[in-house]
Design a protein around this ligand. Sequence first.
Ligand SMILES: C[S@@+](CC[C@H](N)C(=O)[O-])C[C@H]1O[C@@H](n2cnc3c(N)ncnc32)[C@H](O)[C@@H]1O
Length: 255
Amino acid sequence: MQHHKSAAYISCLDDAISERAQQGNSTLNDLIASAKGASPKLVAKRVEALELKVVSSSGSPTRERQWTPELHPIGFEYYFTEDTAIRLLDRLEQEVPLERLLTLGTPTIAAAAGLRDLPTTLVDSNRLLDARFEHWPRSVERVYASLNGNAHLTGSYSAVVLDPPWYVGDMSAWLIQATSVLCAQGLIAFPLFGEFTRPTAKDERAAVLELASALGHVEVLERELNYETPLFEREAFACSGLFPEDVVNWRTALT
Ligand SMILES: C[S@@+](CC[C@H](N)C(=O)[O-])C[C@H]1O[C@@H](n2cnc3c(N)ncnc32)[C@H](O)[C@@H]1O
């Protein structure tokens, strides 16, 4: 059964990248971007297996921010690009009056909200955030707690932004907690991972969307969120022979 699922997954992935390659002049970065969340290493393997024609990636890779302490795979520390954090906040401000913002596992959004002096609460399990973001303004309250236990969220927020680990269990638990402190007419924003993130991702996305629809009205926006590629991941890619320009902002999500 699992083998069958993986074979179907690879076949759909092959279709997606082959279709993009047929448009011509595609770089490996273009094919990775068309692969809806599939790992760049897997896409590179499939490109080779299918003998797809790629042109070399042009331009220099974006400069990634250097974080101290470094981002870590434990905790899934994948940060939004600065541009994404700004756009997401702009969008929230257009949609609802941001009287009180709750950010769950989204320190870059809390930091961007702090720059706008928006009353914000950040809940995150990583206490190192106080060292990584040195100058938290007074408008940002930090609560260090695990959202997988019970963080005992209280209050009433006009908007909640959350970015849990991309698994149904975490996403469901965080979404339910977010809903419990959302005011009437409030808005919850969260990334929705691509359908090729892993073989089970399509079903998992459906489960997350089903829960979200049971909690309120849902709108999915395409290709809205870009992530930086953290140092630990860039190094892993380099070891697999991928060049930085192949994986520029490769991780994206819908919201
Ligand atoms: C995928 S990252 C999201 C970061 C976000 N994209 C940003 O740019 O701010 C997940 C975040 O959730 C936090 N986190 C992971 N597991 C957690 C848990 N069980 N409870 C609370 N926070 C958690 C991590 O420390 C990290 O900040």
